[in-house]
Design a binder for this molecule. Structure first.
Ligand SMILES: [Zn+2]
Ligand SMILES: [Zn+2]
Length: 138
């Protein structure tokens, strides 16, 4: 088990310039493992950071994803969500409340029919009703 690096260390390690917006947005994603969208990140951070704009949030999350510091998940409604957990895991999407939960799983071995293909990413998404919402569906 490695010691968790701070947002600042991880940005430095990735070789990208440490700027205030990158730091606060990345730290926010590390602290909030709820797969927020850019709108959500912006709304949660804007009061404490009045100079932050939604455009900056879009730029920073894109940069973090490009550097593989965060992963991007596109939910069934087409919204992009960001995740600071970059180890492979599955996502469960609740059709009722829109929550996205993590679950542990391993990527399957790719089938033989993909031999020779260039696989750039593998994702595992389940959807349905979360335990809370499932209580009200019957
Ligand atoms: Zn739900
Ligand atoms: Zn996740």
């Amino acid at each position: 088990m490695s010691i968790e690096l701070s947002a600042q260390d991880r940005l430095r390690e990735a070789g990208i310039r440490v700027t205030t917006p990158r730091l606060i947005i990345f730290q926010y994603l590390i602290d909030n493992r709820t797969h927020p969208t850019c709108d959500r990140i912006y709304n949660d951070l804007k009061d404490a950071n009045p100079s932050l704009s939604l455009a900056t949030v879009y730029n920073v999350t894109e940069k973090l994803a490009e550097e593989k510091l965060v992963t991007t998940i596109v939910s069934p409604d087409g919204e992009r969500h960001y995740d600071s957990v970059i180890d492979f895991h599955g996502h469960f999407y609740c059709d009722t409340c829109g929550s996205i939960f993590d679950f542990k799983c391993k990527p399957d071995r790719l089938p033989d029919c993909l031999k020779g293909a260039v696989v750039k990413s593998v994702s595992y998404m389940a959807r349905g009703f979360c335990p809370e919402c499932a209580l009200h569906v019957k």
